[in-house]
Design a protein around this ligand. Sequence first.
Ligand SMILES: [Zn+2]
Length: 276
Amino acid sequence: MKRNHFLKFALSAAMVVVFFVSCETESVEETELTSTEVRAKLESLGFNTDNLMEDSLNGVSGYTVEGDIFLTEKQINEMAPANGVGTEHYRTSNIVGPTGRVINVYMDADFNSTMQAAFDDALGRYNALGLDITFQRSSSANSDIEVLSQRLKKVRGGGTILGRSAGFPDASGNPASPIVLNSTVYNPRRGGIPADAATVIAHEIGHAIGFRHTDFDQRQYSCGGSAADEGQAGVGAIYIPGTPSGPEAGSWMLSCSNGTDRPFTGGDQTALTEVY
Ligand SMILES: [Zn+2]
């Protein structure tokens, strides 16, 4: 998730973003993709690739798409296309399971009390809905999802990155891990924690359990700037029945944060209870 920067976005929209991949790719995947193929594949999955970056998360190489979703080449290759169009709630083809599973989440002990409270708030919002899965604090060793503090660089031509998720659930029903929160915004030890901390934590957990951005095909809805239209938007994102058919202000899965706290909206709750 990132914070919107109207002007910067408008400026960047006027620039052509050239994307380079170095020759020294570390992995020896059978299906190694060129940067053009990665972009094409992501677009076919319905991702907005305007700010696509070659990146790494916790020492693992991959790509960051839509500002806060980190995907390895393997994850990109394994994502299955599906149908759905518009600005609604979307999920990936893999979700977390089985029903009744307790997801252990570790919050970096370095975070101060305000951040720890925001973390409890975020988990409490999920647990209050009586979903098929529940969340509880755990140690790092026992965790399914780790929430860590790290300095995150800006997305090319974009705003400040608030947090980043390690993609989506795998085919075995495990949530993605880790989640990294930007230490320059949510300073682990000092005060001045922004009001959207619990929302950003809930947002990144949302990705980890399979939720896509509700405005992935028109990021200008929450991020501002000019229309970011994707010709193939919709493929790779499964529409969640019963969720609003138009843009929903305040959804926790909007691409960009407006800096305020955004507890689950009615549409968010429908999306969560429909999937879980
Ligand atoms: Zn996001």
